[in-house]
Design a protein around this ligand. Structure first.
Ligand SMILES: [Zn+2]
Length: 288
C-alpha cells in the first residue's frame, strides 16, 4: 500500500532527506557516552540547530532526534519517554516550517526477541508508545531504521501503523560476503516482502557498507515490491584514527553515487553515519 502523501512526493521525482544527527550533536557538545535523545528536553536549541542545518542544506524531509527514544534505551520511569519523543517531533517541526516534512525516527530496541530477552508484546508496546508521542508532536511520517531482525521490524511496522501516519521501514544490510544481508542474515528481497506484508508504505535501507555498496541493495529492494524505496547510505565504513571515528567518503563522492541509486529504483535519498549538511547540500546541487 502507499499513502496520498507518499504518492504525491515521489510523483515529483527524487526526494532529498537528511544526513546523520549524532556527529552534528557531538559538534554541539554532546559527550560520547551521552544519549542524544535526552537533549530534546535539556538542550532543545542545540537539537533545533541540527534540524535547521539540514533544512538549510536543502532537505525536503528531515528526521528527528528520537532514534533511541524507546523505553528500553531510556530509563523508564526515570526518563519521560513520551515527553522526549513529543519534544523531538516538535523541535524538527519548528525547524521544518511549512516547506519541509518531518519524518520521525524510531530505531531498534537492542533487545533480542529470538533469545527471549524480551517478549513480543513489550516490544510492540514500546514502539506504539514512541509512535503515538511522535505523532502528537506533529510528525508527518515515521521512519523505522537500522533494523537487523525481521521479526522486530515487522512488529515495529504493525505498531507504528496504528497511529495512522505513513510508515517507512528500513533495515541495515552490512553483513555477509557481499555485505548485502542484515546481521541476522535477511536479504533485501526478504525484507522488502516481509515489511510490505506488515503494512509499510515505503521500504528501504539505511547505514550499511557505504554508498558505493548501496546500489545492488536498492535494486533488490525495488525489484521485490511496488513500494517506493528509501535509501540512506553511510559515508563509507567508519575507521578509527587516533581515537577518532573517520569516514572517508567526501560529499562530492557521495553525491556522485546518487545517480546509481536513482537508476536502481531509489525514490528517497539521504545519508546515514558520517554524512553532514555538506553531503546533503552536495546531493541537492547534484539533483538540481
Ligand atoms: Zn548509520
Amino acid at each position: 500500500m502507499t499513502t496520498p502523501l507518499i504518492e504525491d512526493l515521489v510523483a515529483r521525482g527524487a526526494v532529498l532527506t537528511d544526513g546523520a544527527w549524532g556527529t552534528q550533536l557531538h559538534a554541539h557538545g554532546l559527550s560520547p557516552g551521552q544519549l542524544p535523545d535526552r537533549w530534546n528536553l535539556s538542550h532543545p536549541d542545540r537539537v533545533e540547530a541540527v534540524a535547521r542545518s539540514y533544512v538549510a542544506a536543502g532537505s525536503q524531509i528531515i528526521l528527528t532526534n528520537t532514534f533511541q527514544a524507546n523505553r528500553f534505551a531510556l530509563r523508564d520511569p526515570v526518563d519521560d519517554v513520551v515527553a522526549i519523543n513529543r519534544a523531538g517531533a516538535e523541535i524538527s517541526r519548528r525547524a521544518a516550517g511549512d516547506r519541509v516534512l518531518v519524518f520521525a525516527t524510531i530505531g531498534p530496541t537492542n533487545k533480542l526477541l529470538i533469545i527471549g530477552d524480551v517478549h513480543e508484546d513489550e516490544v510492540r508496546d514500546a514502539f506504539s508508545e514512541q509512535a503515538a508521542a511522535l505523532a502528537e508532536g506533529g510528525a508527518d511520517g515515521i521512519v523505522i531504521e537500522t533494523m537487523s531482525d525481521i521479526a522486530e521490524a515487522e512488529i515495529a511496522v504493525e505498531a507504528v501503523r496504528t497511529v495512522g501516519l505513513p510508515v517507512v521501514a528500513c533495515m541495515t544490510f552490512d553483513t555477509g560476503k557481499k555485505k548485502d544481508r542484515t546481521m541476522t542474515g535477511v536479504t533485501p528481497s526478504q525484507a522488502a516482502q516481509a515489511l510490505a506484508a506488515a503494512g509499510a508504505d515505503v521500504i528501504g535501507a539505511n547505514c550499511g557498507a557505504g554508498i558505493d555498496a548501496a546500489a545492488p541493495i536498492c535494486a533488490a529492494l525495488a525489484g521485490a515490491t511496488d513500494l517506493p524505496v528509501w535509501m540512506k547510505a553511510n559515508a563509507g565504513m567508519p575507521e578509527l584514527v587516533a581515537d577518532e571515528v573517520v569516514y572517508r567518503t567526501t560529499p562530492e563522492e557521495f553525491a556522485g553515487h546518487v545517480d546509481d541509486l536513482l537508476a536502481a529504483g531509489a525514490d528517497f535519498v539521504g545519508g546515514c553515519c558520517g554524512t553532514t549538511p555538506e553531503f546533503i547540500a552536495a546531493v541537492a546541487r547534484h539533483l538540481g
